[in-house]
Design a binder for this molecule. Structure first.
Ligand code: BLA
Length: 511
């Protein structure tokens, strides 16, 4: 490890995973200065070239590659479109009459990095038409579940991994397995949640720059880069490397769950890190050819774009539905004002716009509750709290207990709320309640029980991860989303209109 950084469970978000100074042993790496002098190489180059590290470091690239190969590499370098771009060449010989290599080339900190793996059998047809076919099948799916499932299936068909998952991040960085395609008999991770710490911060940052990473064989020895540090004493930055050796903590995690090889591809939606396509293998090394991985990456990008447009459409549909609910509310109350005092009716109509498990109404000091809600006394305490917090605006929390401590006992009836104030003074409210989230989540075991754990013990297993996540969300509901809060504002305007009109009518009657 560079600079003797000792990684353990307490500091793994500070592990410099881009500076680990090693690659996986399925290929070689050569780093060159901008005038094509060799700066460092992976220690295994003699397996691929008639040369040893000592003989080439500080020498011209011609000591390794043919003039023709250098020419081809230079041309590719000129095509790089941005600082994080990597160019790929498939099946090119690097020495005269030598074996063909699949090559990746990129620039980082002014250094040229060339990585190669022995070329594999090439795919029939071009990548674009493969991806087009895959996307075509995706577009036939109706609902979002089958869309995700089809995405997982397609990647599994393309790569042959035992398990392919679509892993979606939450606002807080934790995640859920929302779809899975797996070989039969290996259990299922579908619906499982994991805390943000399973993919630490620096890994997330890296994964947004470099979209695909693989771990070909969790038990393979890595190959060191020599020398480890350049003239300025800096290790080579492997952020954009294709063959980068990964964090030993993560290797331990994979081994603990019986995974023998893995690959994952970032899904970036609307510029945000949305999730991963995560692949596991359980029966030895697995390494899809470079070209195949490139197709996976392209597919992931198209898949992410489809998620983006689906989300947009969903938002439009959702807001239209909410407007319908609002119109319906207005129309119904106009013909039967007593409905407003009927929490069951209100509950039904409001939860059709904003999913909730219960509704409480507090009007003129009278309250009514329906569904999963706190009890009457609790509700009063909540209303008192709202009078001091929610100043004439919709207010939402996923953790009532942090506002009204006595409500802790009631975490099993309601953990989150969204309050819609419907008058100024005295304060009247319609409050939607949500149950504790953990109740709606499947508790699955660890499909792969290891024989023994690594040095950091059982924490590095999905089961312990799940337990950790569970602790984090204990007593909390699923959060109310920004679009749900927006819809609540619309409903608030409608309710206020209705309440004012009813008050007006009551006044006139009195006159
Ligand atoms: C990386 N952690 C990862 C990756 C995934 C996960 C998918 C990307 C690397 C890959 O493709 O294998 C997490 N994998 C999961 C989860 C599931 C899964 C949640 O299959 C669920 C089914 N990991 C921990 C803890 C730490 C940790 C506690 O669980 C640190 C204390 C570290 N995970 C960690 C690190 C990396 C990582 C350092 C980066 C690996 C690298 O790219 O070098």
């Amino acid at each position: 490890h560079s600079d003797d950084f000792q990684v353990d469970l307490t500091n793994c978000d500070r592990e410099p995973i881009h500076l680990l100074g090693a690659i996986q042993p399925i290929g070689f790496l050569v780093a060159l200065s901008s005038d094509w002098m060799v700066q460092c190489v992976s220690a295994n180059i003699s397996e691929y070239f008639d040369a040893a590290p000592d003989g080439v470091i500080g020498e011209n690239a011609q000591e390794l590659f043919s003039g023709e190969a250098i020419h081809a590499l230079r041309n590719r370098l000129a095509l790089l479109r941005g600082p994080d771009d990597v160019e790929r060449l498939f099946a090119i010989p690097l020495v005269e009459n030598g074996q063909p290599f699949d090559v990746a080339i990129h620039m980082i900190d002014g250094t040229i990095v060339v990585e190669g793996e022995p070329a594999r059998e090439r795919d029939h047809g071009d990548a674009m038409s493969t991806v087009r076919g895959m996307i075509g099948r995706l577009d036939k799916t109706e609902d979002v579940e089958s869309f995700y499932r089809e995405g997982a299936r397609q990647v599994r068909a393309l790569t042959g991994f035992d398990r392919v998952m679509i892993y979606q991040f939450d606002e807080d960085g934790s995640g859920e397995v929302v779809a899975e395609a797996a070989k039969s008999g290996i259990g299922s991770f579908l619906g499982m949640h994991y805390p943000a710490s399973d993919i630490p911060k620096q890994a997330r940052e890296l994964y947004q720059r470099n979209l695909l990473r693989m771990i070909v064989d969790v038990s393979a020895n890595t190959v060191a880069i020599v020398p480890q540090k350049n003239a300025e004493g800096k290790p080579l930055d492997l952020s954009l490397s294709v063959l980068r050796a990964v964090s030993p903590i993560h290797i331990e995690y994979l081994k603990n769950m019986g995974v023998t090889a893995s690959m994952s591809i970032s899904l970036i939606v609307d510029g945000k890190f949305w999730g991963l396509i995560a692949c596991h293998h359980y029966s030895g090394p697995r390494c899809p050819a470079f070209e195949r991985r490139a197709v996976c990456e392209l597919f992931a990008q198209m898949f992410a774009m489809r998620i983006e447009s689906r989300q947009r459409q969903e938002m439009v549909d959702y807001e239209r539905r909410a407007r319908d609910v609002s119109d319906h509310l207005l129309g119904s109350v106009a013909s039967d004002e007593s409905l407003l005092n009927d929490p069951q009716w209100l509950s039904q109509i409001l939860t059709s716009a904003i999913p909730a498990d219960g509704v409480g109404v507090f009007i003129n000091g009278n309250q009514a509750l329906s569904g999963h809600t706190p009890d009457a006394k609790q509700f009063e305490a909540i209303v008192r709290m709202l009078n001091t917090t929610a100043r004439g605006k919709v207010y939402a929390t996923d953790h009532i207990a942090s506002l009204v401590p006595d409500a802790v006992d009631h975490a099993d009836t309601a953990a989150g709320l969204l309050a819609i104030p419907i008058s100024r003074t005295p304060r009247d409210y319609v409050v939607l309640f949500r149950e504790e989230r953990i109740r709606s989540v499947r508790w699955g075991g660890d499909p792969h029980k290891p024989v023994s754990y690594g040095p950091n013990g059982a924490r590095l297993t999905p089961r312990e991860s799940f337990a950790e996540w569970k602790e984090l969300v204990e007593g909390k509901s699923a959060p109310f989303t920004p679009s749900e809060t927006r819809v609540a504002e619309t409903l608030r305007a409608t309710l206020i209109e209705v309440v004012l009109r009813l008050a007006d009518e009551a006044n006139q009657e009195r006159k």
